[in-house]
Design a protein around this ligand. Structure first.
Ligand SMILES: *Cc1c(COP(=O)(O)O)cnc(C)c1O
Length: 431
């Protein structure tokens, strides 16, 4: 450490006095007995806390990090841009990192499919943009009655009001449901309506619903959904905020069922997990409807102060360079197999009800026994994750599903240690 000694106790006192943490019951957080973990450094898959303890970043800092912390190329890209300019407006002017990034994102898809990129700041806003573009498209094409959305039970698409409208987890959004966009919720593709004249779009998390506890869709589901949308001329919005950039084993989850959506929402890993940045990709068909004279009022009146932020876009460009130059996807395949191997060792644990893996992410669901869940109020999943910290793993559960989705650079030893820490965490709170 340098000359300036940081007083971590003072910082924690300040946090408890003034911070309000997301998705957090702040009474428990502020209780004198609670010692918040203060993270100070990261390197590769490892995070270090203020007491010098090290942890594997078992959920990639809430599903964002891809190539590890303190990555030299991402650091250099951000520093390089910082020496030029940190931020300029994308409203009325343009900048090199954002334009290059838009071009390179489109180039990740077959020619003439997803050709337009609208930048925003996080997953929720990427979804807001897609929802609003869909609604406005139907207004501009003389079909204003197409203003409902179809969304799935247990879906999670973010917390701003529009994104929350299409969410299916009532604990998160139920309180505000009276103020939401119109949405019809279904459990599976078999419940899609036969008549769809009022539907603007269907939205789904492809292959796996993250916040539902890493729940996998049946194979073929996406293809069926695409076919239904085509038959009824309804837009398909894919939320690849979590699944994008290799997490499921392919660059994008939609590749695994060989479909292309009308809107593709990206965030979390877009900047390598470094900076808040999001993108909504869409087609020329959608884009062209918004073209016209100013008085025709076809313009998309949407945007944020930091849209197209050069620092974030520079990080995203470096992220794509790393994928290309370091053959990330090819190198990831053996690690996916290793994750499967190590997780299989948990399969006959008496308190492990289910293990769901998709690419380099997994959910390990615990319960009283193979059939019976714990009462959720016992917070066993959360307690197991806290117990796993003592064995060098940092992660969070979704209810009683422990999430394992470390950065792609996680070594074989670290992966083994992570699974062993999960086992010890479960043993500590289920014994
Ligand atoms: C995290 C997440 C979001 C919301 O992204 P934020 O950046 O937290 O607003 C939306 N959809 C999915 C699938 C996510 O995992």
């Amino acid at each position: 450490m340098g000359a300036m000694v940081t007083n971590f106790d003072t910082l924690i006192a300040a946090d408890k006095a003034h911070s309000w943490h997301p998705f957090t019951q702040m009474r428990a957080w502020c209780d004198p007995s609670h010692e918040p973990l203060l993270l100070v450094e990261g390197n590769g898959a490892i995070l270090r806390d203020s007491k010098g303890r090290e942890y594997i970043d078992g959920n990639s800092s809430i599903w964002t990090n891809l190539h590890g912390h303190n990555h030299p190329r991402l650091n250099a890209a951000i520093r390089g841009q910082l020496e030029k300019v940190a931020h300029v407006s994308f409203l009325g002017t343009t900048n090199a990192p954002a334009t290059s990034l838009a071009e390179r994102l489109c180039a990740l898809f077959p020619a003439d499919t997803l050709t337009r990129v609208f930048f925003s700041d996080d997953g929720s806003t990427a979804i807001e943009v897609a929802l609003k573009m869909a609604v406005q498209y139907w207004q501009l094409t003389g079909r204003p009655e197409r203003c409902d959305f179809i969304a799935f039970d247990r879906a999670y698409h973010g917390d701003t009001a529009g994104a929350a409208s299409v969410g299916g987890i009532s604990t998160f959004h139920g309180r505000f449901s009276g103020m939401h966009f119109p949405v019809r919720r279904i459990g599976s593709v078999s419940e899609l309506p036969t008549e769809a004249d009022s539907i603007a779009a269907v939205i789904v998390e492809p292959l796996v619903q993250g916040s539902a506890g890493m729940r996998l869709w049946p194979t073929g589901m996406l293809r069926e959904l695409r076919a239904w949308c085509d038959r009824h001329d309804v837009f398909l919005i894919l939320d690849e905020v979590m699944t994008g950039f290799g997490r499921t084993g392919t660059m994008f989850a939609c590749e695994q069922e060989e479909i292309i959506p009308d809107f593709l929402c990206l965030a979390k890993g877009l900047s390598g997990g470094y900076l808040p940045l999001a993108a909504t990709l869409t087609t020329e068909r959608v884009f062209e409807q918004f073209l016209g004279e100013p008085e025709e009022q076809k313009t998309l009146y949407y945007g944020h102060s930091y849209t197209g932020n050069p620092l974030g876009c520079a990080a995203a460009l470096a992220n794509l360079d790393i994928f290309r130059d370091e053959e990330v996807l090819a190198n990831l395949q053996p690690r996916i197999a290793l994750m499967r191997k190590y997780l299989s060792q948990l399969a006959d644990h008496p308190h492990v009800r289910d293990i769901r893996q998709c690419g380099f992410l997994a959910g390990i669901e615990i319960g009283i026994d193979k059939r019976t869940p714990f009462p959720w109020t016992e917070l066993r999943g959360a307690r197991a994750c806290v117990a796993a910290r003592a064995h060098g793993l940092l992660t969070r559960p979704v209810l009683d599903t422990i999430v394992l989705m470390p950065p792609y650079c996680t070594t074989e030893d670290q992966l083994e240690q992570a699974v062993s820490a999960i086992r010890q965490g479960i043993d500590a709170v289920c014994g």
